[in-house]
Design a protein around this ligand. Structure first.
Ligand code: GLY
Length: 436
């Protein structure tokens, strides 16, 4: 079959890399993709990365992609980014008789509206932090003052992974609420905010692939959202990840399935928006058991870059089964290994940074045993590769265990250089310290 991946980052490179291994694939396309994928798939110059707030522009981009998919007889489309999902890309593909893996816009509200997700969880008793939603800054500040710090203030809409602010001081929480609601710090994504209790525990992610009724789960993973070592500083899209995350024991996975995934899928069916796609459960492992921090409606980035190398199954078969309501026929198998991904970023990210800096050492790093270099923000000119984003590369390593994978990943990182490259040197520190 011909297949299409939508997106341009490290997550999509990992999806393309995995799909390209399937004997079912005749021709693979990626729109728009990046230079790292060019050997595996044909890059298509159609972008659907306009924010969902610019509905008409995003809609026109989706129209172009639907026309392309029809013309090229695409049998399966896999959607990477959240804005495209929230903008209804899956609805439009399906309306045109095209198979697309991902939730409809209504179902993707589990990510695109934190208020929707919190209300759904509260209604059916899914464990999560107590919350209130606000559109008025004075009301929000009155509530925050009554609660005190620490407290969490979140933009309800899509904010590129940066919309959740953990405030340890009351003044910071009040300022954050006003910045979101009055100063448009996150644009329309922050026109509604969710204020919730601060949860104490270790955070990890469980990814369920869902077909509306059935689901399968992948290896539990943990990512590092903060820019600095020790998980300090502002949140980024993610600076590294590893799996399996030892904090999520098989018993806790079962608990999360029974108390979170199954009731959420049942409720989504009951309200007429069956959930098909990736249900990314961001969980906090508290003394009272796993609680939901947030849901996302897509693969994590960079978590996808570690989950794909660990997955034994043919991804085409798994995703097709999800689209066809047949995930009960699929048994997920993983390689008995660990995987670690280290993001090499441009100095300054998640703030401003330079682009267009030449990258060297990619071939040497990629030639190492157990290493895949996924491109996130790169561009190619005259045969050379240059930086083109905040997160530039995701160096993924597999190994017999987390220690081996970490050592392997940093050995590959050290082969690669570009001016002002920045990476965290403590990826997987919780797993490593737990072992010791
Ligand atoms: N790694 C965080 C995210 O994908 O949202």
């Amino acid at each position: 079959m011909n297949a299409l991946v939508v997106g341009k980052g490290g997550r999509e490179h990992a999806l393309v890399w995995k799909l390209a291994q399937s004997p079912r694939i005749d021709k693979l396309y990626v729109a728009p993709g990046n230079p790292g994928m060019a050997d595996l798939a044909e890059l298509v110059d159609i972008r659907v990365d306009t924010p969902v707030s610019e509905r008409d522009k995003l809609s026109a981009e989706i129209d172009r992609l639907v026309a392309f998919a029809k013309e090229r007889n695409i049998g399966l489309t896999v959607i990477g980014p959240d804005d495209a999902l929230a903008g209804g890309i899956v609805d439009r593909f399906r309306a045109n008789g095209l198979k697309a893996f991902g939730p409809t816009a209504a179902a993707a509200q589990l990510e695109s509206s934190k208020a929707f997700a919190k209300e759904l969880m509260e209604r059916i008793g899914v464990p999560t932090a107590r919350h209130h939603s606000f559109t008025d800054a004075d009301a929000a500040c009155k509530y925050i003052t009554a609660q005190g710090a620490p407290i969490v203030v979140k933009a309800s809409g899509l904010a590129a992974g940066k919309g959740a602010v953990v405030c340890h001081k009351l003044d910071d929480a009040l300022a954050t609420a006003r910045e979101m609601l009055e100063d448009d710090a996150f644009g329309s994504a922050g026109s509604e905010i969710v204020v919730e209790d601060y949860m104490v525990g270790e955070e990890a992610s469980l990814f369920a692939l869902c077909d509306g009724e059935h689901y399968v789960t992948l290896v539990p993973a943990q990512d590092h959202k903060a820019i600095y070592e020790g998980d300090q500083g502002p949140n980024t899209g993610g600076m590294g990840a590893y799996a399996p995350a030892p904090v999520m024991t098989p018993a806790l996975v079962q608990e999360a399935e029974a108390h979170i995934i199954q009731p959420v899928l049942a409720e989504m069916r009951r309200i007429g928006t069956p959930y098909q796609g990736v249900l990314y459960c961001g969980l906090m492992f508290t003394d009272e058991g796993p609680k939901v921090v947030e849901f996302n409606a897509r693969f994590g980035d960079p978590e996808c870059q570690i989950l794909m190398p660990l997955l034994k199954n043919d991804l085409v078969e798994v995703l097709e089964a999800a689209c066809d309501g047949q995930l009960d026929q699929i048994q997920i198998e993983n390689y008995p290994q660990a995987a670690v991904c280290v993001v090499m970023a441009s100095q300054g990210y998640p703030g401003s940074y330079d682009k267009g800096l030449p990258i060297s050492g990619l071939d040497d790093a990629s030639a190492r045993e157990g290493i895949v270099v996924f491109h996130a923000g790169t561009t190619r000119r005259d045969g050379a590769v240059y930086t083109d984003g905040g997160r530039v590369l995701c160096i993924t390593a597999t190994g017999a265990d987390i220690d081996a994978a970490v050592a392997n990943a940093y050995a590959a990182v050290d082969e690669i250089s570009f001016a002002n490259a920045y990476c965290r040197r403590d990826i997987a520190h919780r797993a490593l310290n737990r072992g010791r």
